[in-house]
Design a protein around this ligand. Structure first.
Ligand code: ZN
Length: 507
């Protein structure tokens, strides 16, 4: 009976599409593994040679994904009935990937790929020389390609920046993001001024010191495991910038870095573990398919930030754990109480660099980038005007002004890689996380669970409502299904104001 059903299934369109997608997915997995290797273990001179292999693999991937065969099968799949929710999601993702790859003329796409490969080098050099003009012509060309490609894909009068935003976060258009960032600007900019003028002094000098790397590594492994990262299905390595890579739900790889500031690796590793736990929680039936990863960039960032901030920067979290830190670093932390430590890791310091920002100022860094991207794509802002506008906005929102473009407009690699529409996800993630926290607090004593070290209860809720679904549902749908409400940014503002209002005694 079971056998018969499967035989029948092999004849239908989805049954034929599946092995094609499996081949494409195998190539994709190989590409991801090379990326991971490049960032961690590969010798420096391997780059040029590996690039050849990567080129061949990605060409083979494109050939499969844009082939006549796939086009026909996708068409037939759309007529097919009786598919599961997961199968429909896989077909939808395949269709989107097909549309994305097929609408750009191959020659233009190749030229663009070359430009982007070159631009990372131009950007790095310009940043090192603190010379924006050295990068401006390349950036101009990238933007013009990006607008052209978005134009090919725009449906019925869709705005170009909306096309780009949709790649990272479905359902978050310019209109929706204007509301979100408008609220952040209106509420958080004046609130931050009060915080920086507060009389409350928070010392954090002890966080910087001679923290031995070996001990930091031991702590990082301990913390990743403590928050729930499964080392039977994952590894922790080192790289210049911490990141997470997933091959499938039984192979998830984190990296961190070890610096003079001990909290840098502590919170990097909890953050990346949050990304990792998300991927490990994707349902088995989805893994190694196009729907077998986190729902979106923003949803991913919500999980990493939930672990980093809502869990990791919570005083209750450190109750069972802080002694371990004191044992590892008796000279640095032996005389520092838990209360002082937790205050230090929550200190607000408006700065110039996004990746070093505290929890309160983080989304304001993103606000600057959102406003500028929108002007570049929708209002034809001249690239040459970027450094000044960037500096003005930093001064207005954060009260600091970059002295050179390296600590200003040149700090992130995203635009050099052609990633426009990516930045908003960083801020959305924090806001999703706050909405989830607000929902959880209605049904559980969140702090008490942290105090008792019962993180599994919290993880289960996230797995049940978010992780297992992979890409089946988009971020707004997941939020609605979990919390009973559409995306509601007010929870994020309330969360920040309550937390930092109490820490700095302002309202
Ligand atoms: Zn992240």
């Amino acid at each position: 009976m079971k056998q018969e059903k499967r035989a029948e299934r092999n004849q239908d369109a989805y049954g034929l599409l599946k092995p094609c997608l499996e081949r494409a997915s195998a190539l994709q997995t190989a590409l991801i593994l090379f990326e991971w290797d490049n960032e961690t273990l590969a010798p420096r001179e391997a780059g040029k040679y590996t690039a050849k292999v990567q080129g061949a693999l990605s060409e083979a991937y494109q050939e499969i994904m844009t082939g006549k065969n796939i086009e026909k099968l996708l068409e037939q799949c759309r007529q097919e009935t009786g598919l599961s929710e997961a199968e429909r999601a896989i077909i939808r993702e395949a269709q989107e990937e097909y549309d994305r790859l097929v609408c750009i003329p191959p020659k233009e796409y190749r030229d663009y790929q070359e430009l982007v490969a070159e631009s990372a080098r131009v950007w790095a050099e310009a940043k090192e020389q603190q010379d924006f003009h050295a990068f401006a012509p390349t950036l101009k060309r990238i933007i013009s390609y990006q607008k052209k490609f978005a134009g090919y894909r725009a449906k019925d009068g869709q705005r170009l920046y909306d096309v780009m935003l949709d790649d990272f976060e479905k359902g978050f258009t310019i209109k929706k993001l204007d509301e979100f960032f408008g609220l952040l600007k209106q509420e958080l900019v004046p609130f931050l001024k009060k915080v920086t003028q507060s009389q409350v002094e928070i010392r954090d000098d002890f966080l910087t010191g001679d923290y031995p790397e070996e001990k930091q590594r031991e702590l990082a492994e301990f913390l990743a495991e403590y928050v729930g990262f499964d080392f039977k299905r994952g590894v922790l390595s080192e790289s210049a910038h911490p990141f997470t890579t997933n091959l499938h739900n039984h192979d998830v790889r984190l990296t961190t870095h070890y610096k003079k500031r001990v909290d840098s690796s502590v919170f990097s590793v909890i953050h990346e573990a949050g990304h990792g736990i998300y991927e490990l929680g994707v349902a088995d039936e989805l893994t190694q398919t196009l729907a077998g990863q986190g729902a979106s960039m923003g949803m991913h960032e919500s999980q990493s930030r939930f672990f980093e901030n809502m869990i990791g920067r919570n005083e209750a979290f450190w109750e069972p754990v802080y002694e371990k830190l004191q044992e590892l670093f008796p000279e640095e932390l032996g005389k520092i109480s838990r209360e002082i430590f937790v205050k230090a890791v929550n200190k607000v310091q408006p700065g110039l660099i996004r990746t070093e920002a505290d929890e309160l100022t983080y989304s304001l860094h993103v606000l600057v980038r959102y406003e500028l991207e929108k002007m570049l794509i929708e209002e034809s802002l001249d690239v040459e005007e970027l450094p000044k506008l960037w500096a003005d906005k930093y001064e207005e929102y954060l009260g600091v002004r970059p002295k050179n473009p390296a600590e200003g407009v040149l700090q992130d690699i995203h635009w050099a890689q052609g990633s426009f529409g990516y930045f908003p996800s960083y801020a959305l993630g924090s806001a999703f996380a706050a909405q989830m926290l607000q929902f959880m607090k209605k049904s559980m004593d969140f702090e008490e669970l942290l105090r008792k070290g019962e993180l599994e209860v919290i993880r289960q809720v996230l797995r049940r409502h978010i992780h297992r679904f992979g890409k089946i549902r988009d971020s707004r749908q997941l939020l609605r299904d979990m919390t009973g409400e559409d995306f509601e940014p007010r929870y994020y503002v309330e969360y920040l104001k309550e937390k930092y209002g109490s820490l700095y005694q302002v309202r």
